[in-house]
Write a protein that binds this ligand. Structure first.
Ligand code: MBD
Ligand code: FE
Length: 279
């Protein structure tokens, strides 16, 4: 809105690919035995599908062409985070006794501006969406309040765009870092985000259209909560009654992550805290 550049899948894909490279998340030293096992099983699973469904050369070439375009569009982060990450997250967090988490997705940016224990996410004058006042406490699984815990928040605007991945939005719009006070408490003012469609004009959109799926995610607020000596919690919070809570394209909704907003005049209040597991 009000800009001469438009959001395209290729632009947000290129930004997400660049973001991933910059954050160097792919640092793990590969163990040859693991690579041998995992790569072989994935390849064999593809062979099995080809045999079972008698995949044709036309279908093989369609796949080859599509895979090439996913890279051209920079949509590997989007593809992987939408269709694969939720199972990685499930396996990585199955031991947890504290708060449930969910996938990070492609649009996290570290080091967002510090807001203290209580504040308002950076936003434009007249940012659209119902104001939301969110209070919560960060504790350990033993019930200890975690003073100084960090709560990083990021979410899309009312049009479904994330700052730094769509053009024409101030750099840190709807992104901020809060620090829990001496009682582990924080208070975050923001606006309620809208349901969100992943980009439909790139390769992931082509797959969705070709398969007759939809591109929707329910409205969500991303969060990372962390404290010394505790596991980093990555989560997303959802709103009750959203029609896509039960058919999220990214399979990232869990009942424990659905908020209970209460109307309060011109805004809504939510109460949601985090219980962090020890490292
Ligand atoms: C998003 O905003 C998101 O959270 C995920 C998981 C995938 C695509 C866009
Ligand atoms: Fe998101």
């Amino acid at each position: 809105a009000g800009t001469n550049e438009t959001a395209t899948a290729a632009k947000s894909g290129a930004s997400a690919t660049e973001r991933f490279r910059t954050d160097k998340k792919a640092g793990a030293q590969a163990d040859p035995e693991r690579v041998n096992l995992l790569a072989r099983e994935v390849i064999e699973a593809v062979h099995d599908t080809i045999r079972r469904h008698k995949v044709t050369y036309d279908e093989y070439n369609a796949l080859k062409s599509w895979l090439i375009s996913v890279g051209d569009d920079g949509e590997w982060p989007l593809f992987l985070d939408v269709w694969i990450e939720h199972v990685v997250e499930e396996v990585a967090t199955e031991h947890r006794e504290g708060n449930k988490g969910t996938i990070e997705g492609p649009y996290y940016v570290p080091n967002s501006p510090e807001q203290g224990a209580k504040g308002t996410l950076p936003m434009r004058d007249g940012e659209s969406g119902t104001p939301l006042v969110w209070t919560g406490k960060v504790t350990s699984t033993s019930g200890q309040p975690l003073a100084g815990a960090k709560v990083e928040v990021w979410h899309a605007d009312a049009d479904g765009f994330y700052s730094q991945f769509a053009p024409g939005i101030p750099e840190w719009n709807l992104r901020g870092t809060f620090t829990a006070d001496e009682n582990g408490d924080f208070e975050i003012t923001t606006i309620r985000p809208a349901p969100y469609q992943i980009p439909t004009d790139g390769s992931c959109g082509k797959l969705i259209a070709a398969a007759g799926w939809h591109a929707w995610r329910p409205a969500h607020i991303h969060v990372k909560a962390s404290a010394d000596g505790h596991e980093l919690l990555t989560a997303q919070l959802y709103f009750p009654g959203d029609e896509h809570n039960s058919d999220d394209i990214a399979s990232a909704v869990k009942p424990e992550l659905i908020l209970d907003p209460k109307p309060a005049g011109d805004h809504e209040t939510i109460e949601y805290g985090f219980v962090l597991d020890p490292v």
